[in-house]
Design a protein around this ligand. Structure first.
Ligand code: MN
Length: 301
């Protein structure tokens, strides 16, 4: 028999994982009981999970490893992090063929947290584009921020000599320098960067920079779930990305979709057909595989 203690959130995904092996009558005070390949797994509301049977150790080890991996992906944040005065930093457009790469840092002092919550500031992935535009406008009136909007032309200039990770790290560092200047002499309790690479890699990417923001800097994936400042930064960045994509669409004379799917390839093929391959430098992230697909599609037009 093997006993481990797991957080509630893990217990729920466990139940999901064993959903086809659940026993109809779990013991009292248990959350579920499953029999999977000869191992009986009983999870209690306290967080204790019992593994019984020949494979008990192996089965338990799987869950313990998953838990450790999760813990490593987040630098441990100070207690009550969500109620501190925090600068959040996030980027948008890294996965979109058309349009710019936008990084935004935004400062949310603790006394404004309630106000922003009431406005409906939350994970930008849960918001429609229209709502994002509205919220970005309201946020810009209320909190200090700094946006860097890297247009495709500039992106394509730099990209051959620099990985996207390097580019993002430098942009976050740059945005943070500017925002810290704007709010001085005020200082945030902490800075939270929505994690896109290991912290050690991030610091290696900015090590040649004359100014490196390192004090009170934290990294977390799903940063917006840890502090509203990341959600705010993400909303402003997304709205900027959409605005710029709109402007580029007008210049291109057609609607440039975001993303990197096959619709994108077709639009790119049309652009090549009408204006030549060079036009993509102005509207798209040239190094994406979409360019080759579009060139191929264009030969059939
Ligand atoms: Mn992000």
């Amino acid at each position: 028999m093997h006993v481990i203690t797991l957080p509630k959130s893990t217990l729920m995904s466990m139940k999901q994982h064993y959903t086809h092996y659940l026993k109809a009558n779990p013991p009292a005070h248990s959350l579920f009981c499953a029999v999977y390949q000869g191992t009986t797994i009983t999870a209690y509301t306290s967080g204790k999970v019992l593994f019984q049977g020949k494979q008990a150790d192996q089965e338990a080890a799987l869950w313990q490893e998953a838990l450790q991996k999760n813990a490593q992906s987040t630098t441990s944040l100070p207690p009550h992090f969500h109620s501190l005065s925090v600068i959040g930093s996030d980027e948008v457009g890294t996965g979109s063929y058309f349009g710019s790469l936008v990084v935004c840092s935004a400062f949310v002092p603790s006394h404004q947290l309630e106000d922003l919550k009431k406005l409906g500031v939350q994970d930008s992935k849960k918001l429609t584009d229209t709502r994002i535009q509205q919220l970005a406008k309201l946020l810009k009136e209320r909190i200090p921020y700094h946006i860097i909007d890297v247009l495709p032309e500039k992106y394509n200039d730099v990209q051959p000599t620099m990985s996207q990770g390097q580019m993002k790290a430098e942009l976050h560092n740059h945005a943070l320098i500017h925002l810290l200047k704007k709010i001085a002499p005020q200082k945030p309790d902490a800075i939270l960067i929505d994690q896109f690479e290991q912290p050690s890699t991030y610091y290696r990417h900015i090590q040649h920079k004359p100014i490196q923001i390192k004090e009170n800097v934290y990294f977390a994936t799903k940063g917006e779930s840890h502090h509203l400042a990341v959600a705010a930064a993400s909303i402003i960045a997304r709205a900027t990305f959409l605005d710029t994509l709109n402007t580029l669409s007008q210049q291109a004379g057609c609607l440039l979709p975001s993303g990197a799917n096959s619709t994108v390839d077709e639009v790119a093929a049309q652009l090549i057909h009408h204006y030549g391959i060079e036009v993509l430098h102005k509207f798209a992230k040239y190094h994406f595989a979409n360019t080759q697909k579009a060139i191929h599609l264009e030969t059939r037009l």
